[in-house]
Design a protein around this ligand. Structure first.
Ligand SMILES: *Cc1c(COP(=O)(O)O)cnc(C)c1O
Length: 439
């Protein structure tokens, strides 16, 4: 198999010439469950968790790996990452609810968001949440009052906007970052937030958080962000005796969507963060805090693939060939939203040479509903099963019912066994919350 880097670890071509994922023939899976179908390999998912945990354990015993659940938030994945010893980041009442119902221990939950509603905070406080990552002055005030009313003390982190914007291959230092998130460093906002957090009687300020971007391939931006955070820690230590026990440096590790992508490894990423925090804290002469990271994409993306059925093939001579599948922007918005690039293969002729360049289009009524431009695949035929790898992150979570398309089913495979983790929606689900209109 030539694509192992971007497919789940146990993906092979079987004797029938089909793509097989950890003992499950993809063609059998779609015969049973229909298309579009999202297929997750449990071993790859657990393996990504274990790589993070092991990379930390090899370097320190004071760390936490926090799964950013927005990448793929389901009962099954919450449970699985919990079993692997990770903590969880939720960024809405709904993600919190999913983690809670999955049995996730509330003390290992981090609640993010630039506009947590009063109701969402009530819900989390009533059921318990380890850390609220406070994003604004108004939230500091609201939370202090809410906790005071309930009684007790709530642990918090403060989200800092370090003025670093990281992209795949570069970062820029923007000085005054134009961001809706967090406390900026200009005008002393971040230091003022630390002062107020320390003074709030019902809040316990455990440390700081920053998240500088996503799909990042290089470590430079993280190093710069750590250095800026540590300067802030030092300033606040001198001014108000702040002791930073937790330093959460966010997520953002990039993954391979195509063979050309070359992200750093989990090992290198963790090494960069742990040694970065150590060196920077040594520079300012303060104790090393617990190091936290918040990977989302790098935990789940590679574990998941999406299988579609080819419905129409339209050749425009001299221009391009459109291969239309039975999904698209309603199950994978990333190509439209970010120009994200993917590869594809014909799973029922996995061994056939990938000698044809086509554009894989979705079925929605939008010209921009294109999943892969210039995909190199085996010569397509009607009824083929087309698989796109590395769709495990930010696809199902962004799925919609646009054009009246039910959301796909999601299955998890392991050692030849299949478990449905999300059932396919039905047409009745589409109208379940609608009221008949009489009159
Ligand atoms: C989205 C997000 C993450 C995860 O980012 P990935 O790029 O998926 O690793 C982590 N932390 C916060 C605050 C986020 O918003």
């Amino acid at each position: 198999m030539t694509h192992t880097l971007i497919y789940p670890a146990h993906a092979v071509h079987n004797a029938a010439g089909h793509l097989q994922i950890d003992g499950c023939d993809v063609i059998d899976l779609v015969a049973e469950h229909g298309t579009p179908l999202m297929i997750y390999e449990e071993k790859t998912l657990r393996d990504q968790c274990r790589k993070f945990m092991q990379a930390f354990r090899d370097r320190t015993d004071d760390f936490e790996v926090v799964y950013a659940s927005k990448a793929f938030c389901t009962l099954a994945v919450c449970r699985l990452v919990e079993q692997e010893g990770l903590s969880i980041d939720v960024s809405s009442g709904g993600e919190y609810h999913t983690a809670l119902r999955a049995g996730f221990p509330t003390e290992r939950m981090f609640y993010h968001g630039n506009n947590k509603t009063r109701w969402e905070l009530e819900y989390a406080l009533a059921n318990g949440v380890g850390y609220v990552v406070v994003d604004s002055f108004s939230e500091l005030d609201t939370l202090e009052r809410m906790v005071a009313d309930r009684g007790g003390v709530q642990k918090i982190l403060l989200r800092i906007t370090p003025g670093i914007e990281a992209h795949t291959h570069s970062y820029i230092q923007t000085g005054q970052l134009d961001s809706k998130f967090g406390f900026g460093l200009t005008e002393g906002h971040a230091a003022e937030a630390i002062r107020r957090g320390l003074e709030a009687p019902h809040l316990e300020l455990a440390g700081l958080h920053a998240h500088i971007g996503s799909q990042i391939f290089e470590l430079e931006g993280f190093r710069k962000a750590i250095s800026i955070l540590v300067d802030l820690v030092k300033e606040a230590h001198e001014a108000f005796g702040f002791e930073c026990r937790y330093l959460n440096i966010g997520g953002g590790l990039g993954i391979r969507y195509t063979e050309e992508d070359t992200p750093v490894t989990i090992e290198e990423y963790v090494e960069g963060k742990v040694s970065g925090v150590r060196q920077e804290m040594a520079r300012v002469g303060l104790p090393v805090p617990r190091v936290l990271v918040e990977p989302g994409r790098s935990i789940v993306a590679k574990a998941g693939v999406t299988a579609y059925t080819v419905g129409t093939i339209k050749e425009i001579p001299g221009i391009r060939t459109y291969v239309s599948v039975d999904g698209g922007m309603s199950d994978n918005l990333r190509p439209m939203l970010y120009d994200a690039r993917y590869e594809a293969m014909i799973a029922n002729r996995a061994d056939a040479p990938a000698d044809t360049v086509v554009t894989v289009a979705g079925k929605h009524c939008e010209s921009g509903d294109v999943l892969v431009k210039n995909a190199r695949i085996a010569r397509p035929e009607l009824g083929d099963i087309l698989v796109m790898p590395a769709t495990g992150a930010y696809c199902f979570g962004m799925a919609s019912n646009y054009n009246g398309n039910p959301r796909p089913a999601v299955v998890m495979v392991k050692d030849g066994a299949v478990r449905t983790i999300v059932e396919r929606e039905t047409y009745d689900d589409l109208i379940a919350k609608q009221r008949p209109f009489q009159g």
